[in-house]
Each structure stands twice: as structure tokens, then as C-alpha cells.
Design a protein around this ligand. Sequence first.
Ligand code: HEC
Ligand code: HEC
Ligand code: HEC
Ligand code: HEC
Ligand code: HEC
Ligand code: HEC
Ligand code: HEC
Ligand code: HEC
Length: 257
Amino acid sequence: MRGRRLIWVAAVIGLLLVVAVTLPVFSTLQPDYYRRYPALVLRMDHWEISTHSRISCGECHVEPGVGGFLSFAARSIPAFYSQMVNGPDDTNLLQAPGRDACQSCHTSYRSVAPSGDLLIPHRAHVEVLDMECVACHEDLVHSLNARGFNRPEMETCLEQCHDGDAASNECADCHTRKQIPESHESDQWLTVHGTRAEAEDCGACHDWTPSYCAECHEERPASHIGNWKTDHAPHARIRGDGCLVCHGGQEFCDDCH
Ligand code: HEC
Ligand code: HEC
Ligand code: HEC
Ligand code: HEC
Ligand code: HEC
Ligand code: HEC
Ligand code: HEC
Ligand code: HEC
């Protein structure tokens, strides 16, 4: 009789232990669990409208394989009980995903973006340079880039590596369609480009290098030769306001006139 009761007690304790261990791990694998953390609300909202909204947190945030699962479990059990006792605080148990998680779904290495405009040799970056996916895809799920997409931004490339020194920043090395436009091929381009500035969208290409126009306009143009100080009259009559692009305001002219 006594032996049988002991077995029962042991079985119940064993069952409680199993529940005590599996409940936290199970709960923390449910996306809704993270709703209780105020610090994660924004991340959750973005996730719900991202391409990956059907992919649960764990598929990206738990490393694939037994080791990754056990390490997640070891973090999730104390976090679960601490949250019950102390309430949800800023701490969370998810870390930025490693590339093994991404590669459990994305196996091919793209080298051209779907738009066709962008050359992005994934194998070279991931395997040769040993980069993590999130180094570029940081806006994939929980935020949008400055242009409102879940895509990598040009700034990321240009600021982190492609500065023209560590790696090339030539437009044509990354873009197939944003090369020098036909208008620029004219011998007269440097003289006439200013007259086209209002008709065409120069900013689409040149806004990426903010001081591009201004820096050049600090240089003395070829037109200013000879006795320019007194002979500029005919140019000034034709160009009118064009002169002010480099010379700031009318005050420059008024100083002498
Ligand atoms: C498709 C993959 C993916 C899914 C699904 C995903 N995330 Fe993320 N998560 C990321 C990436 C990429 C980052 C790193 C960039 C960043 O900080 O936003 C990240 C970062 C985080 C971080 C910050 C980690 C740190 O310490 O840097 C938290 C917290 C987080 N995610 C929570 C969640 C929650 C909660 C869910 C489920 C509702 C979720 N994620 C679903 C990809 C994912
Ligand atoms: C569980 C599978 C799964 C995981 C894990 C996963 N993805 Fe995806 N990913 C998808 C699916 C499905 C799509 C949608 C494909 C489509 O609609 O054509 C997608 C789309 C994408 C896209 C294109 C859509 C977009 O929003 O720009 C990129 C880029 C991408 N994933 C990168 C990643 C990265 C980086 C990781 C790791 C942080 C990751 N994925 C993790 C399944 C996954
Ligand atoms: C060096 C930066 C960089 C790294 C590292 C990188 N990517 Fe990308 N990835 C890009 C760029 C840029 C695009 C093109 C985005 C676009 O279309 O505007 C892209 C596109 C993609 C796409 C296709 C998007 C679509 O709409 O179909 C997928 C999928 C993808 N990456 C997954 C990954 C995965 C998985 C990893 C890690 C193994 C990774 N990337 C690492 C920069 C990177
Ligand atoms: C190291 C690679 C790289 C270089 C060099 C580079 N770009 Fe980009 N560019 C990108 C990426 C990545 C994006 C983001 C793509 C997206 O939003 O789909 C982008 C986006 C753009 C866009 C806006 C997206 C669009 O389709 O309208 C323009 C315009 C652009 N680049 C022009 C240029 C010009 C001009 C140069 C040369 C001065 C240049 N890029 C050099 C990688 C590069
Ligand atoms: C390589 C140097 C250089 C760059 C880069 C440059 N400019 Fe100029 N810009 C000049 C020169 C030189 C003139 C004067 C031309 C002349 O008088 O022969 C000028 C003149 C102008 C004028 C006055 C036109 C007129 O009526 O005389 C405008 C407007 C102008 N540029 C706009 C722009 C814009 C917008 C950009 C950037 C997208 C730009 N420029 C980039 C060198 C440059
Ligand atoms: C499709 C992209 C694109 C557009 C749109 C564009 N440009 Fe450019 N532009 C370029 C590229 C690429 C270069 C060469 C960049 C370099 O050498 O760093 C360039 C160079 C220039 C130069 C310097 C030429 C030289 O001889 O040094 C001027 C000036 C210029 N652009 C003015 C303009 C003006 C003004 C507009 C609008 C009317 C315009 N661009 C529109 C891509 C563009
Ligand atoms: C591409 C920019 C640019 C444009 C366009 C431009 N200038 Fe200048 N200009 C300069 C620079 C740079 C100087 C030298 C300023 C200095 O040395 O402090 C200068 C100097 C001058 C001077 C001072 C005299 C001298 O020889 O130093 C006069 C006058 C002048 N410009 C008139 C004009 C007139 C008139 C026009 C229109 C026909 C014009 N500029 C268009 C850049 C420009
Ligand atoms: C360094 C002094 C100086 C500056 C700065 C200057 N000019 Fe002149 N400008 C002169 C002189 C000197 C003459 C020749 C006067 C003469 O021959 O009677 C002249 C003549 C002219 C003429 C023909 C005479 C007239 O009054 O119709 C025009 C037009 C003219 N300048 C426009 C400009 C414009 C536009 C600017 C500003 C972009 C400018 N100038 C800046 C000194 C200057």
C-alpha cells in the first residue's frame, strides 16, 4: 500500500516538474507571449505587416538544431518565472538572429535583386566575407528603412564598406540601370546642365551625395577667364539668375553694382 502511494507521489511530482519546464519554453515560443512586454510592442506591430508575418519569432530567433534549442530553453525558463513574479520589464530573451536561422529557409544565393537593377553577390558577402544577414537586412522585420521598405538601404553599403576606399562606390558596380544618363554625354554638359536642373529629377541620383552640386559650385568655372572682373557683362545678361546658383544671393552682385 505504502509503496504504491510513494509511486503516485513521485509520478505527480515528476509530472509537475515536466510541466514547470515545458510550460515556459512552450509559452515563450508563442508570438503572443511577447505582447506583454511594452518594449516590444513596436517590434510586434512591424512584424505583423512584414513579409515574415506568418513566420513565428522562434523560427528566426532560436538557432536551428538541438544546441540552439537547449540554449533558448535555458534562457526562457528563468525569464518566464521572473516575469511572473516581477512583471514584464525591458529584458527579453531574444537575440538578433544568426544566419543559420535565415538559411534554414533561404538556401539560394541571389546575385541580382528582383528589380534587376541591383547587383548583390550574396555568396561573396556571406561566404567569402563571412557576413551575417542582419548586417544588411536589419530592417527586415521590426522596422522600415528611410524610404519605407523592409529592404537594405544604400547608405548601409556606402557608409559601412563601399566608401570608395575599402570597397568600390562606383554606381555601375552595384546598379545596372542607374548609370550616367545620356544627357550627360554631351561635350557641353558642364555648361548646360544648370538649364536642365528644373526640368529633370536630378535628385533621384545626386541626392545620395548631398554636397555633390554644392562642392563643385565653389570652384571657379572655366567661363571666368581673362578680365572677367569687368568683362562678365555679356554672360550675365544671358545667364541672369544662373549666376546666383554659385554666388548665393543678389548681394554678391550688389556689392559692386
Ligand atoms: C524573419 C525573421 C524574424 C522573425 C520572424 C522575428 N524577428 Fe525579431 N529580429 C529579426 C532581425 C533580423 C532582428 C535584428 C534587427 C533588429 O534589431 O530589428 C531582430 C531583432 C529582434 C529583437 C532584438 C534583439 C537584440 O537584442 O538585438 C527582438 C527583441 C525581437 N527581434 C523580437 C521578435 C519577436 C517578439 C518576434 C515574434 C513576434 C520576432 N522578433 C520575429 C528577425 C526576425
Ligand atoms: C521559416 C522560414 C523563413 C525564415 C527563418 C526566414 N525567412 Fe525570409 N522569407 C520567407 C518567406 C516564405 C518569404 C516570402 C517569399 C515570397 O513572398 O516570395 C521570405 C522573404 C524574404 C525576403 C524578401 C521579402 C522582403 O521582405 O524583402 C528577404 C530579403 C528575406 N526573406 C530575408 C530573410 C532573412 C535575412 C532571414 C533571417 C533573419 C529570413 N529571411 C528568415 C521565409 C523565411
Ligand atoms: C552585403 C549585404 C547583404 C548581406 C550580407 C545579405 N544580403 Fe540579402 N540582399 C541584400 C540586398 C542589397 C538585396 C536586394 C534588396 C532589393 O531588392 O532592394 C538582398 C536581397 C535578398 C533577398 C531577395 C529579396 C526578394 O525580394 O526576393 C533574399 C531572400 C535575401 N537577400 C536573403 C539574405 C540572406 C538569407 C542572407 C544571409 C545568408 C543575406 N540576404 C545576406 C544585401 C545583403
Ligand atoms: C555598394 C553598392 C551601391 C553603390 C556603389 C551605389 N548604390 Fe545606389 N543603391 C544601392 C542599394 C542597396 C539601394 C537600395 C535599393 C532599394 O531600395 O531597393 C540603392 C538605391 C539607389 C537609388 C534609389 C532606389 C531607386 O530605385 O530609385 C538610387 C537613385 C541610387 N541607388 C543611385 C545610385 C547612384 C547614382 C550611385 C553612384 C553615385 C549609386 N546608387 C551607388 C546600392 C549601391
Ligand atoms: C563638375 C562640377 C559641377 C557639378 C558636379 C555641378 N555643377 Fe552646376 N555648374 C558647374 C559649372 C562649371 C557651372 C557654370 C557653367 C558655365 O557658366 O559655363 C555650373 C552652373 C550651374 C547652374 C547655373 C546655370 C546657368 O544658368 O549658368 C545651375 C542651375 C547648376 N549648375 C545646377 C547644378 C546642379 C543642380 C548640380 C547637381 C545635380 C550641379 N549643378 C552640379 C559645375 C558643376
Ligand atoms: C540616372 C542618374 C542620374 C540623373 C537622373 C542625373 N545624373 Fe548627373 N550624374 C550621374 C552620374 C552617374 C554622374 C557621374 C558621377 C561621378 O562621376 O561621380 C553624373 C555627373 C554629373 C555632373 C558632373 C559631370 C562632370 O563632367 O563632371 C553634373 C554637373 C551632373 N551630373 C548634373 C546633373 C543634373 C543637373 C541633373 C538633372 C538635370 C543630373 N545630373 C541628373 C547620374 C545622374
Ligand atoms: C560654377 C559656379 C559659378 C558660376 C555659375 C558663376 N560663378 Fe562667378 N565666381 C565663381 C567663383 C568660385 C569665383 C571666385 C570667388 C573667389 O575667388 O572668392 C567667382 C568670381 C566671380 C566674380 C568676381 C571677380 C573675379 O574674377 O574673381 C564675378 C564678378 C563673377 N564671378 C561673376 C559671375 C557672373 C556674372 C556669373 C554668371 C554669368 C557667374 N559669376 C557665374 C563661381 C561661379
Ligand atoms: C567685383 C565687382 C563686381 C561684381 C561682384 C559683379 N560685377 Fe557686374 N560689373 C562689374 C564691372 C566693373 C562692370 C563693368 C562696368 C562697365 O563696363 O561699365 C560690370 C558690368 C556688369 C553688367 C553690364 C553693365 C550693366 O550694368 O548692365 C552686368 C549685366 C553685370 N555686371 C552683372 C553682374 C551680375 C549679375 C553680378 C553678380 C553675379 C555681377 N555683375 C557682379 C563689377 C562687378
